[in-house]
Design a protein. Structure first.
Length: 214
């Protein structure tokens, strides 16, 4: 499988409607929309801030440490129904004295949201990859960051926020596939609040367009 290594270049937001995470390399920059709480977790990690008590990602990290699991890397693996999907790749080292399993390693791949994978990648200082299939499909927004930021700030950037979706005329996505009118950026799965003391807000109906998020 051919993979493109990318890094988080910038986070636009968060605003009450969420945030835009810009990822890419020297070839292309693309955007992944995430929820407010996931964006806040990313910013805390970038700023090396430690919460007073473990939040969701800290809890997951502590479980990994307790079972001697390592995050090898994360992959934005596919786009499913206009939604980015990611794979979290974990590895467990087998310690000496475990008889038949000496010197072996167990690896597991877990389906996950990209936002959670981004936070865990930063926590563990591992690489973020994108499959070639996804990398070829997403649209290059390297020259459009101002438009993304302005649209997000206006409250129209997150699907499900009740104010519409980001729309740009970006032309065809490939030679064979012309972009439909009102092409929209992809979205991530519904975000979950990390603050368990607050009641969950009811889900709002969401509209989807042609996505870019694996």
């Amino acid at each position: 499988m051919h993979l493109e290594k990318v890094k988080i270049k910038r986070i636009i937001g968060p605003t009450p409607s969420g945030a835009a995470v810009l990822l890419g390399n020297e070839k292309k920059t693309f955007v992944v929309f995430v929820g407010f709480y996931e964006a806040a977790a990313l910013i805390r990690e970038i700023n090396h801030e430690v919460p007073a008590r473990p939040l969701t990602h800290e809890l997951i990290q502590n479980v990994f440490l307790g079972f001697d699991l390592e995050v090898k890397h994360v992959i934005i693996s596919t786009i499913l129904e206009h939604t980015f999907c990611a794979t979290l790749i974990l590895q467990q080292k087998i310690k000496e004295g475990s008889e038949a399993w000496v010197s072996r390693r167990n690896e597991v791949r877990i389906d996950a949201r990209p936002s959670d994978c981004f936070v865990l990648a930063l926590k563990n200082k591992v690489d973020i990859f994108v499959t070639k299939e996804v990398f070829d499909e997403v649209q290059d927004v390297s020259k459009m960051t101002d438009e993304v930021e302005n649209t997000l700030a206006s409250g129209t950037g997150m699907p499900g926020a009740g104010a519409g979706e980001i729309e740009f005329d970006l032309g065809p996505t490939s030679e064979e596939d012309a972009a439909p009118e009102g092409l929209v950026f992809g979205e991530e799965e519904d975000d979950e609040s990390e603050d368990l003391d607050e009641p969950d807000e009811p889900d709002e109906p969401r509209e989807t367009g042609k996505g870019q998020e694996p």
